[in-house]
Design a binder for this molecule. Structure first.
Ligand SMILES: [Zn+2]
Length: 194
């Protein structure tokens, strides 16, 4: 597991990266579907991938790692383990990411925000705000997969194990629809692994 291709193969083998014609929950169509949980359900793979991500941040000293729930929780846990710091998560309360469960950040503490997948970066930025609102600082952002094609900018160093540009289309403009290929809803049982 040393380069992007090998990591992507792990995702393909576990059915976490599918190619076809997908109807996403957003209503958009895409030729690719990514579900990190299907890889992270294997604890040994979760550790290996997250330690690899954590290794990219060893030159910096962090006080904690934090992720938005739910997808990022395992990543925060494993990356924090690799760095020897504590792991926290922010969760939605009335739609807004919040620190709960007694999690706290002391003034001046330095955090690393992690995700399983970064798509638009919206929840990443929201998690960064949770940290700064609590008096901490965000020194870097990391993600197992950056599906924005490298266009995400968080104003701090950002590293991902794999960078993908995954197209999404409005149904009316979808080239796969134009070819008459039927859509598949991810999560349904009739998905064929690639
Ligand atoms: Zn389509």
């Amino acid at each position: 597991m040393n380069n992007e291709g090998e990591i992507l193969n792990i995702f393909r083998q576990r059915g976490a990266l599918l190619e076809g014609h997908f109807l996403l929950s957003s209503g958009l169509h895409s030729p690719m579907y990514l579900q990190c949980a299907l890889v992270l359900q294997y604890p040994d793979l979760a550790t290996e991938l997250c330690f690899k991500l954590g290794a990219q941040f060893r030159t910096e000293k962090f006080d904690f790692v934090i992720a938005p729930a739910l997808g990022g929780i395992i990543v925060a846990q494993e990356v924090a383990k690799s760095l020897g710091v504590r792991a926290m998560f922010a969760e939605r309360v009335d739609g807004k990411l919040t620190l709960r469960r007694g999690f706290s950040i002391s003034a001046g503490e330095k955090g690393l925000v992690v995700e399983d997948v970064i798509t638009t970066g919206g929840s990443t930025k929201e998690t960064m705000r949770v940290v700064t609102d609590a008096g901490g600082t965000v020194a870097a952002v990391g993600s197992l997969i950056d599906r924005s094609g490298g266009t995400s900018d968080f104003g701090v160093p950002f590293k991902a194990l794999v960078t993908l540009a995954i197209d999404t289309y409005q149904p009316k403009e979808c080239p796969l629809c134009k070819k008459g290929i039927p859509t598949v809803k991810p999560g349904s049982r009739n998905l064929n692994k690639v």
